[in-house]
Design a protein around this ligand. Structure first.
Ligand code: ASP
Length: 289
């Protein structure tokens, strides 16, 4: 797919549309691209009905909600990320502060939390009644579905009107994960990657698998070698399959020309596209296992 009109925003899952709308509004009112990415993702993080991102995210096995997020700016080739962050509802905003205010890229756990407090973030109980009920049910062994299949990251890619590229992602990770477990999302090159001359990618799904292939980096490198975003995503998924790794993973990608795509293993997922001509949800193309 291609848009010749910029800005172009694409993001993962149905809730991506909510993020895209906010991102678009900020861009149209003259806001910065980084603000647009951050605030778009904030809209999903703050939504208690989204149980895989931010406030209301499903907790880890001990009942604590631990959040991962990352942001990357193409023009400066800079990134910031947080992992295992507790009691802060908007981890993407903390990730941005890490990028802008420190010489580090990734802060984790207690250190990330203290950094957030020092930067004016409010301490919040992230565990909503709904998330707690799911956790209790799982603890009692009454959840039929395997909880490591219950997840979904918001990943958002922006090609702005100056044709600069930005990306962000945020998640509460795999439901009922081992305390301290960190997924792909805050790992630059795994959960997301931007090369301002080429394009960007972000992932959702089983993070351990994506990390083993530097998934988002590899999608962007495939585009550098001339592949379309569609083919670039599919090649990474095929490489996973060729090594016998077949857990569910999906990617979104766009390039500098405004071509975009999404692909996933065996099962499709929705992704949200927002530009001047269209604001739609589409399904990813499937790579068979
Ligand atoms: N990639 C996330 C993680 O592994 C979860 C997801 O997107 O489904 O933490």
């Amino acid at each position: 797919m291609k848009s010749s009109n910029f800005p172009l925003i694409i993001s993962t899952w149905d809730f991506g549309m909510k993020a895209n709308r906010v991102t678009w509004k900020i861009l149209m009112s003259g806001g910065s691209s980084l603000d647009a990415v951050e605030k778009g993702i904030n809209a999903v993080e703050k939504d208690p009905d989204v149980t895989s991102v931010g406030y209301g995210g499903i907790p880890n096995a001990e009942g604590y909600t631990e959040l991962d997020a990352a942001i990357m700016s193409g023009p400066e080739h800079k990134a910031g990320a947080v992992a295992g962050l507790r009691e802060i509802a908007t981890p993407i905003s903390v990730a941005r502060k890490v990028m802008e205010k420190t010489n580090s890229i990734l802060l984790v756990g207690e250190g990330a939390f203290e950094f957030a407090l020092r930067n004016g973030f409010k301490r919040v109980d992230l565990l909503t009644g709904k998330a707690r009920q799911k956790w209790l049910k799982w603890k009692r062994g009454k959840t039929a579905k395997k909880m490591d299949e219950s997840h979904d990251t918001i990943g958002l890619l922006l090609l702005d009107s100056k044709r600069n590229i930005y990306a962000g992602c945020s998640t509460s990770g795999l439901a009922m994960k081992i305390p301290g477990r960190v997924g792909d999302s805050p790992i630059i090159g795994a959960g997301l990657y931007v090369d301002n001359e080429i394009g960007a990618a972000a992932s959702t799904g089983f993070g351990e698998q994506t990390m083993m292939f530097c998934g988002s980096f590899l999608v962007v490198e495939n585009m550098r070698r001339g592949m379309s975003p569609q083919r670039a995503c599919e090649e990474v998924l095929r490489r996973m399959v060729s090594k016998g790794k077949e857990k569910w993973v999906g990617f979104i990608a766009l390039n500098k020309e405004g071509e975009y795509a999404a692909s996933s293993l065996k099962k499709e997922f929705p992704y949200a596209i927002y530009c001047k001509e269209e604001q739609i949800i589409q399904k990813s193309k499937i790579v068979k296992g």
